[in-house]
Design a protein around this ligand. Structure first.
Ligand code: G3I
Length: 375
């Protein structure tokens, strides 16, 4: 392989000893130099991963070795969601989020905090609120406390997550119901006051699709028209093998960037198993049956190649628009840790990421890295 000389140096510095990742295949102490995604795309955009609680606590040795080598950005998959970090009216669990911040500082990994206002994963005390005043008070306290505490310690916040329906209208939620249509603007206003040094994003899935994209543009324009700061839009990127909406993604990058905000791909994965709908609504489920879990014993070569093709085309598109894209984050470190093994059907064997269950790079990894070859 021939790389530009500066890249060659970075690649060399970033060599990964694969045997350190605990692969059974590598127990023979075979050492292989592996390029680092964060170095390969160093001049293009940040490369992130979602981290689960075990990984943040340092209890996953494979991830502990791989993550700092490969990634320069991270998003907590669950531990900064309201039900975990703010379980009761006057009780906050900061411990894991503080650990994540310290981990990021130690390893030069930028943290995107996820997420302040989301209709899902709310603590019981919020779900049972009946009057608007209580919701308003929760909303204000929650945003001020968290955005304030982590200002200057995290790079960015997903201030509002998944506020839109597929047709671009506002999703029904306790916030819409009790606080009205302006709650997104208010969330950004409070976050901007509490966190002047933190980038503030709107994050959602399927917003590359035309109607939801138009709804996103309207929402962002409304925030801007109110004189409130918004710095970026996160396109989650939960897509399906062979069905990546490349044209819609390209149009979205252009339309969102035209609003004067950064575009982020925040939860990237490519599902390889059958599913009869798109998106990432955690409440949507499918009945289990054997045909829905065809690759328990391994991924056939043809599917592995298609995954590499899809990831290759996607990253080629990202590179074309690197001046508009701030970050690309994968939703999980390795295939075995992906939420897609449990959703929308429990107990499946999915293969949506660049690293396999033994933290080994897949053909898709090399396809993505190869895009920078000879550039
Ligand atoms: O931690 C508890 C554990 O104590 C309990 O025993 C167990 C029993 O079910 O549940 C555990 O919590 C689970 C949590 O993941 C941690 O594993 C929740 O049930 C489960 O619902 C939760 O799923 C997460 C989901 O969001 C809902 O919060 C997924 O891991 C996470 O990947 C997913 O991420 C979302 C993004 O935040 C927003 N965009 C869509 C994306 C995918 O759904």
């Amino acid at each position: 392989m021939k790389y530009r000389s500066s890249k060659t140096m970075l690649f060399t510095l970033a060599c990964v000893m694969l045997s350190a990742c605990g692969s059974a295949q590598n127990n023979t102490a075979k050492k292989t130099a592996l390029p680092a995604l964060k170095d390969v795309f160093n001049n293009d955009f940040l490369i992130g991963t979602a981290l689960n609680a075990r990984q943040i606590e340092g209890k996953d040795p494979g991830a502990a070795a791989l993550v700092p080598q490969q990634f320069n950005a991270a998003t907590p998959e669950n531990i900064m969601k309201a039900e975990v970090i703010h379980p009761a009216w006057d009780q906050y669990n900061f411990e894991l989020a503080d650990k994540l911040v310290a981990y990021g500082k130690k390893n030069n990994i930028q943290i995107n905090a996820h997420t302040l206002i989301w209709h899902s994963q709310l603590p019981g005390f919020v779900r049972s609120m009946k009057d608007a005043d209580s919701v308003k008070q929760y909303f204000t306290n929650h945003i001020k406390t968290l955005a304030g505490r982590y200002d200057g310690k995290v790079l960015s916040w997903d201030v509002v997550n998944e506020a839109l329906n597929e047709d671009g209208t506002m999703r029904k939620s306790i916030f819409l119901d009790k606080l009205g249509n302006n709650f997104v603007v208010e969330a950004f206003r409070l976050a901007a006051e509490a966190a002047p040094h933190t980038e503030l994003y709107y994050n959602d899935y399927n917003i590359e699709q035309p109607k939801k994209r138009a709804g996103t543009v309207t929402l962002v324009k409304k925030i801007q028209a109110a004189g409130v700061r918004i710095d970026g839009i996160g396109i989650q990127g939960h897509w399906h093998l062979g069905k990546i909406p490349f044209n819609d993604i390209e149009a979205s990058i252009n339309e969102f960037a035209a609003l004067g905000v950064k575009v982020m791909f925040t939860e990237l994965d490519i599902e390889v198993l059958p599913r009869d709908f798109s998106g990432a609504d955690v409440n949507q489920r499918m009945e289990n049956n054997a045909t829905l879990n065809p690759y328990v014993k391994g991924l056939p070569d043809s599917v592995q190649q298609q995954l590499a093709d899809d990831y290759g085309k996607l990253f080629a598109l990202f590179l074309k628009y690197k001046d508009k894209i701030g970050r690309v984050t994968f939703w999980g470190v390795n295939d075995g840790q992906s939420w897609l093994n449990g959703w929308p059907v429990r107990g499946r064997t999915n293969y949506p990421l660049l690293f396999d269950r033994a933290f080994q790079p897949k053909p898709a990894f090399f396809r993505v890295v190869g895009l920078k070859k000879d550039q």
